[in-house]
Each structure stands twice: as structure tokens, then as C-alpha cells.
Design a protein around this ligand. Structure first.
Ligand code: MG
Length: 383
């Protein structure tokens, strides 16, 4: 029998999962959410995260974060919070590792471009695509499409969703129509994602030279950590200084989430996961002062890093690549590799055809998208 972790009544419990779409026998030596995590790690979509952009495109340097290292950092932060709050670590890890599986090549630039291309066909959104990957697009099991994950992992992956799509998604979309909450584990993965990317974007931003230490000293969260490190160590080389600041910032945010959430859980006294779902608010949260500090940091990154001219140039190119790929494949599906062409039935709904083209493009790594684009658009003069 698998040993299920002991968790309080408000935490998700393996024994009380709402189950999988296709009934399967319980794993012999693992919990249900451990099995979810293992299936995610063994998926092709997970391996592709290694070559997908976070902010800096893949070939700009080997030390920058990719979607894969980002997902691992989210899992690390989320598990620390889960353990401190007594929540289900296995579910937390599964959701964290899967949350970006639907990301396009070239980060948000790729997503925005695909969303524009898909406007007439229902749009594109990476959370929804992550769910689509684990529900349908991975094709490796004999009995079903997708990974057949538990309801709770799928629910955690679908962080946001428009009402139109929520209707189409059935049970897993219901909370967006009812305004109810997901599990505490899903709530905390959301915040862990934010803590991870804000901090690693500062790290990568500083390392790349696109933002400077002095700019960041205007940001209170950063400056408080900076002052602390300088007071304790005096002069440090830039690598150690950067790391000592960032580890303090992460620690401060994580500590704040744990303390604030402990109070919220205590005040609201949820007696079960159903109680958690019916709460009027998320019980995993920053305190108000830290939420404001975090918001200031996000604004800074938005203005100074994500719209730095160097990043803008990359964004523009990436959008062009994704848009041109979509237009080429959509106007002439014969350009698609045969295994993708076989998925397009010429009498089928144009929405389904466009979705197949989008699934193909969304699955690409940065490098593969770039190569496909070159093959389609670069003339090679035979020598
Ligand atoms: Mg993320």
C-alpha cells in the first residue's frame, strides 16, 4: 500500500482525490499525486521546457533561466511553503512542474502572437494550453490520450481561464464560473511562480547588464536586502552580492506567505478541502505591506527589463517568427510535417484545423521554431 502523507483536513489528500478521467488502479507504492508528478517528469512537453525561453532567448547564454529551470525553482519554493503549512507536497510539486507545459517558444512574445493569430478561433492562452498538453496532446499511453492526471493537479494547472472557455472545460473550469477557490496547494503554486520569476528575472537582468544595481536600489524590497548585506559583509564581489540580496528577498517573500497564510487558515478555520473551495478569498497570500512591495518590484521589471530595447527587439522578432509560421501553415497545411497533416481532416471545423496548427507551433522549442522559420522563408541558392 502506498504511504499517503499525513496532512491536515484542509490539505488535499491522496485518499480523497476526485480521481482521473479514465479510472486506473491505484499505484502500489506511490500516492496519486506522486504518480502525477512522475508522469509529468517523463513527458515530452517537460523535456522541451529546457529549450524554451523565460525572458532571454535560449541562445543568448547558457546561464539564464529557461522554462525548465524556472519550473524547478517554482517547485522548490512551493514545496518549502507546502511543508511549512502542512499541505500536500506531492500535489504541490506536480502542479509546479506542470504549470508551464503549454508555454510557446519565445516566452510571452510567442503566446501573444499565437493569441492574435487565434483570435477568430477562440484565442490562445498558455494555462489552457498546459491543461491541453496533459489532457490530450501527450500521446504515449495505450489506453488514453494525455497523462490522465488527477482532478486536483489539472485544476492547479488551470490558473486562469475566461468564462467562455470555462464552460467548454466542464468540471475543471467550474470554479471560474462560480467564483470558488482551488485547493490551497494550487493557490500556493500561483504565488511561488510569482516569487520565482520576479527574483530570477532580477538575477538574470543584473547578470545580463540590462538593469543595474543602482536602478534597483529605488525598489524598497531590493534596497532593504542590499543594505542588510552591505551592513553585514561590507564590500562583496558582484556575484556574491547579487546572490546574497536575492536569497534574502526570496526568504522574505516566502516567510511572509507562510506567516500570513498561517493566520488566514487559523482565522477562517477550513475543515475540509470543500471548505477551502467555498471560501470568499484565497487563504494563501502575502501580507498587505509585502504585497505592495512586491507590486513595486513587478512594475520595475515590467518597465525596465521586459521592455528594455534589447528584449523588445527579441520580442518583435519572436512575434514575427510565430505569426509567419502560423500564417504559412494555416494557409497551406501541406507545408506541415506529415504526422501533423494527418491530424487535419479537410472536412473538419476550421476551429479544429487552426487549433492543430497552434498545438504544433506551441509545442516547438525556441530553436526548432527558428529553424522551421528559416526552412520556410530563407532562400538557399544552390551552389
Ligand atoms: Mg511560470
Amino acid at each position: 500500500m502506498p504511504r499517503f502523507p499525513e496532512v491536515p483536513a484542509y490539505a488535499a489528500s491522496d485518499a480523497q482525490t476526485r480521481g482521473r478521467c479514465y479510472a486506473e488502479p491505484a499505484p502500489k507504492f506511490r500516492g496519486e499525486y506522486q504518480r502525477d508528478r512522475d508522469r509529468i517528469i517523463h513527458s515530452a512537453a517537460f523535456r522541451r521546457l529546457e529549450y524554451k525561453t523565460q525572458v532571454f532567448i535560449n541562445h543568448e547564454g547558457d546561464l539564464y533561466r529557461t522554462r525548465l529551470t524556472h519550473s524547478l525553482e517554482v517547485a522548490q519554493i512551493a514545496r518549502s511553503i507546502a511543508r511549512a503549512l502542512g499541505l500536500n507536497e506531492d500535489l504541490t510539486e506536480a502542479v509546479s512542474l506542470a504549470h508551464d507545459l503549454g508555454h510557446t517558444p519565445f516566452g510571452h512574445a510567442g503566446q501573444d502572437a499565437l493569441n492574435d493569430c487565434m483570435k477568430p478561433f477562440g484565442g490562445f492562452e498558455h494555462n489552457r494550453q498546459s491543461l491541453r498538453v496533459v489532457d490530450q496532446l501527450e500521446k504515449k499511453y495505450a489506453d488514453f490520450n494525455g497523462l490522465n492526471l488527477t482532478f486536483e493537479t489539472r485544476e492547479g494547472i488551470l490558473k486562469h481561464c475566461s468564462k467562455d472557455w470555462a464552460v467548454k472545460l466542464g468540471e475543471v473550469g467550474r470554479r471560474f464560473l462560480e467564483g470558488s477557490q482551488p485547493t490551497l496547494e494550487a493557490q500556493l503554486c500561483n504565488l511561488a511562480d510569482e516569487i520565482a520569476y520576479n527574483n530570477h528575472d532580477i538575477d538574470d537582468g543584473l547578470r545580463s547588464g540590462l538593469i543595474g544595481l543602482n536602478d534597483l536600489r529605488d525598489i524598497a524590497l531590493f534596497n532593504q536586502a542590499y543594505e542588510e548585506v552591505r551592513h553585514q559583509y561590507g564590500d562583496l564581489d558582484s556575484g556574491r552580492l547579487r546572490h546574497e540580496i536575492i536569497r534574502r528577498m526570496i526568504n522574505r517573500l516566502v516567510t511572509d506567505v507562510i506567516e500570513t497564510s498561517t493566520h488566514l487558515i487559523h482565522d477562517h478555520q477550513p475543515q475540509s478541502v470543500d471548505d477551502v473551495r467555498s471560501m470568499p478569498r484565497s487563504l494563501i497570500a502575502f501580507s498587505e505591506p509585502v504585497r505592495l512591495l512586491n507590486r513595486e518590484l513587478k512594475r520595475f521589471l515590467n518597465q525596465k527589463l521586459y521592455h528594455h530595447y534589447h528584449v523588445e527587439r527579441m520580442t518583435t522578432k519572436a512575434k514575427r517568427i510565430v505569426t509567419e509560421l502560423f500564417n504559412a501553415f494555416w494557409s497551406n497545411p501541406k507545408l506541415l510535417p506529415s504526422k501533423i497533416q494527418h491530424l487535419i481532416h479537410h472536412d473538419s471545423d476550421p476551429n479544429d484545423q487552426a487549433r492543430t496548427v497552434t498545438d504544433y507551433i506551441a509545442s516547438m522549442t525556441d530553436r526548432f521554431a527558428h529553424e522551421e522559420h528559416q526552412k520556410l522563408f530563407d532562400f538557399e541558392i544552390p551552389g
